[in-house]
Design a protein around this ligand. Sequence first.
Ligand code: BG6
Length: 484
Amino acid sequence: MVSRVIPVDPFDLVIFGGTGDLARRKILPGLFRRYCSGQIPPQSQIIGAARGEHSADEFREMVAQAVREFGGGRACEDGTLDEFLTRIDYVTVDARGDTGWSELAGKVRKELVNAFYFSVGPGLFGDLAERLHRFDMADDESRIVVEKPFGRDLATAKALNASLAKHFDETQIYRIDHYLGKETVQNLMAVRFGNMLFEPLWNSQYIDHIQITVAETVGVGGRGGYYDKSGAMRDMVQNHLMQLLCLIAMEPPAKFDPDAVRDEKLKVIRALEPVLPHQIVRGQYGAGPDQPDYRTHVEDPSSKTESFVALKVAISNWRWAGTPFYLRTGKRLKARTSEITVVFKDAPHSIFGAEAGRHRNELRIRLQPNEGMTLDVTIKEPGPGGMRLVDVPLDMSFAEALGPEAADIPDAYERLIMDVIRGNQTLFMRGDEVEAAWAWTDPIIEGWQARGEVPKPYDSGSEGPTDAVAMIARDGRVWREIKL
Ligand code: BG6
């Protein structure tokens, strides 16, 4: 079946923080690409709202630049960009004062779908929610979109949820985790629940362990201020890796609808065992060839924030008791790759004898780049010399299997914003899910602080600290190499 673009209903979208980095890099170029594809009806309107004093024309120029820089090479000069810009407006708004709100209220057309994107720090979520009501801009149908970080611990996440819940129902709140918008992450559900092949084996009886790796080559760069207060545990594990873990481990939902899927994810998070100190390794990158070390990017020269985490996770339920999940993420690693590796158990008995060696099936799902799947299958090595066994990959690259169209998939943000307009919450985190994730994360971070733990150094361009290798080796297992 070829992909097809289903236009959404006409909408007015207000982007608070419309001149910020996320809006420039992701939200506005993403909207432009959806506009080019014909998914956004021309009568829709996108209103930037921020503190800066800009005219609508100045903002349009800013949008044009953002599209040229981050739009992914879509034809901008054929008139489509000019057309798109006629749908853009701007209002100077003070999130903590009353400036601009009446003007903004005058521009939002209530008869259309209304969405308000809070592309601002969480400290402003409550103020924005309150003013949307006070200035009579929000009703039961409007939607708000909020970004991570959704809190920095359970207490702050609860407070944020409470401040939003004062003005909006849970069905109106879209908490973004952009990993859920990635096509290959959604594909995890298709692979598991669309095939008969995998699900019967998808449990501790047949699976030895599962590895989830999200490796990045970038450092913290210009984001040192934010990152140093956060670290890999809050920035990546509590949200993105947790979501991957949930999709891999959850029970099949009865249907692909928002609450059915999110109920199952929540059960996984609630079944997570606490992580003991010897089951987790933190790291911080040192300098590499032409690369400064982590501490160069942050204010605190003796920062103890981790840019790498590797941990062993246990899920206490019938399906997974006895099968560990090893999670790993870090910056300035050897390659940018996100991959899930499912390592199956050995066959219970080898009819070929000990000399045939040890062979295991392994399923690897590559989330990015070169999205695809590989299944290692054991076969007989051809030729004489007895029954010699060898593992060979059944390798599938989605781009090769599905053709060039598969390579032109919408960016995560494009997909998610269109889901907001459609009113589909399946790929967004529910409040209780976020709180449960923090409830599991908090004791880990508190433990580090209480023990005054310092992250282990690792070389830029490596696979992380050697302690991470030792951690999995203690269980008689090895990490899959981080490589493209
Ligand atoms: C963000 C984190 O949420 O995800 C960043 O804050 C990280 O630190 C990024 O680099 C990774 O996203 P992606 O889509 O590049 O894998």
